[in-house]
Every structure is written in structure tokens, then in C-alpha cells.
Design a protein around this ligand. Structure first.
Ligand SMILES: [Zn+2]
Length: 282
């Protein structure tokens, strides 16, 4: 399965693998620099947090990152935070092991009665829990959890911004997986290529979703103010080859008097990168 939701069959959700999120296509992305070797243990940075499922009422525990423990190394152009030694992004999707409801932590508790019914009808009736939780989440586990959050968002008819944000996070996690993949593994090149294609599909869908969201939803969006969101959509437009859209959006940030210095500086860097990309594409 090469679909967006591939790998969900083991949860009994194979019937939902073909569901359509946004129209899709592919585009290239450049390789990222490798991260530093781990020295801090990941287990020191996470703990089992108690949750009460808003869909079925079960109480369960899930791995969560301790706030302030992970040290930020840099923020990449598409706003992906990269941390020293660990990748806390792996832990941002919470899955109820009883009913299959899953969401990003930010959205986990907000469910309407209609959404609870949709999740019961579409997810819970099919859902089979995965095997026991590990001490830390592998990238595979993190990707599965986020795909479960995505299929839940589709079923509960979430806003475009929420679906787009999950797609963006999936792209970031897949990038982390590529960076942490040891070069000695079998099929290294094939895994990198496949991961790159999967990352590109999620970047493309994040772009489509956020583009729709900035036209139809109000700000702040997924914790981002208007200028930050528009800047992000401009980056995603560039990374999916939509240079004209990217140019328009980056100009709108640069000429907006109410935009902060910080975001204007980022927009300047983006404009430079965009000019380079346009030049090299000719
Ligand atoms: Zn539940």
C-alpha cells in the first residue's frame, strides 16, 4: 500500500485506507542534514500521562514529552522544530487503545456529540488495538499514531486546518525518520526513497489543506497567528513547486505593516530561497 493511510490495516481500518483527504499529486524536496548522535536518553524525556477518552470515556495512559526538557536545535524553514538528541514530535498524537479515537494532543479533548457518533460508527466498530506499547515510540509507531489521528480527523469531518496540520506533522516525522535511519540498514536507499515520496505526499496535502483553511477559517489556526500561517503556506507552496502562489503569499507577509519583525525576517529568507528555486527550475 502506498496510500496516505497505508499501514492502518492492522488496526482493522483497511476499509478507510482509500478515503480521500484532499486531491493529491507529487513534488520533489531536497534532502535534510543529519541530526546529532543521541547522548540524552529518550526515556528520560517522556512519561506516561493519563488521559480520559472523550469518545468512549475510557481512562488510559500514553507517552508524553515532559515540557521544557528537550533542547531546541533549530527551526527549519517550514517551521519544523528540530531538537538536540531526541525527536519529541513522535509523541504528539494520542490514541485511545479501547475505541481507536486518535488526535493530536492540541485537539484531543474537543469532540462534539456528532463527532463522537461518527467515530463510534466508522472507527470503533472496526478498530483492533495494536500490540503492547513500547518504552519509547519508534518512528513506525509515531507514523501509525499520526495516521490514526488523520483518519479520525477525516471521519469526524475536522476543519481543513486540523487535517493539514496532521499532514504537516507526518511530513516532519517522516523527515526525522530519514535523518535517524542508520546507513547500514538493509535497503537503505529504497527506504529513503520511499520515505521521501511519502513525505512529499503529506507536504502536498498539508499545502492543499492550509491553503483552503486560510480562505475559509479564522485565525489563530493550530496555534499560529495569521502571518505565521500565511508564511507557512508560502513555504509549502514553494516546496510543492507552486512558485506563483508562494511569491504572492510571501509578498503579502513582507508588505503587511502589522506583521512582526521575526516573521518578516523569515519571509525574507524564504523569498531568497524561492528566487533560487525559480532560477534553477528554468
Ligand atoms: Zn476511546
Amino acid at each position: 500500500m502506498s496510500g496516505l493511510l497505508s499501514g492502518l490495516d492492522k488496526f482493522g481500518l483497511e476499509g478507510l485506507e482509500g478515503a480521500i483527504l484532499f486531491p493529491e499529486a507529487k513534488k520533489k524536496r531536497t534532502a535534510e542534514s543529519p541530526t546529532a548522535k543521541p547522548v540524552v536518553k529518550e526515556t528520560d524525556l517522556i512519561f506516561d500521562k493519563g488521559y480520559e477518552c472523550p469518545a468512549c470515556g475510557s481512562e488510559f495512559r500514553a507517552k508524553t514529552v515532559k515540557t521544557g526538557k528537550a533542547k531546541l536545535a533549530e527551526v527549519e524553514m517550514d517551521l519544523r522544530p528540530r531538537y538536540q538528541n531526541v525527536d519529541p514530535l513522535k509523541y504528539d498524537a494520542v490514541v485511545c487503545p479501547e475505541c481507536g479515537y486518535a488526535a493530536l494532543t492540541r485537539f484531543f479533548n474537543s469532540l462534539t456529540p456528532v463527532q463522537v457518533r461518527l467515530i463510534k460508527e466508522e472507527i470503533t466498530v472496526r478498530f483492533k488495538a495494536a500490540s503492547k506499547a513500547e518504552e519509547i515510540y519508534t518512528y513506525e509507531k509515531a507514523i501509525e499514531n499520526h495516521k490514526l489521528a488523520l483518519v479520525n480527523a477525516m471521519v469526524k469531518k475536522a476543519k481543513s486546518s486540523e487535517k493539514a496540520y496532521i499532514c504537516l506533522k507526518l511530513a516532519w516525522i517522516i523527515r526525522g525518520k530519514k535523518e535517524h535511519l542508520p546507513t547500514y540498514v538493509d535497503n537503505y536507499d529504497a527506504i529513503i526513497k520511499e520515505s521521501e515520496e511519502e513525505e512529499n505526499r503529506f507536504v502536498k496535502n498539508a499545502f492543499e489543506g492550509f491553503r483552503r483553511a486560510i480562505e475559509t477559517e479564522s485565525f489563530p489556526m493550530c496555534g499560529m497567528d495569521e502571518h505565521t500561517t500565511i508564511y507557512l503556506v508560502a513555504v509549502l507552496a514553494m516546496n510543492t513547486g507552486n512558485y506563483e502562489v508562494a511569491s504572492k503569499l510571501v509578498s503579502s507577509v513582507l508588505t503587511d505593516r502589522t506583521a512582526s519583525r521575526r516573521i518578516k525576517d523569515k519571509a525574507c529568507e524564504l523569498k531568497e530561497a524561492l528566487i533560487q528555486k525559480i532560477r534553477s527550475s528554468r
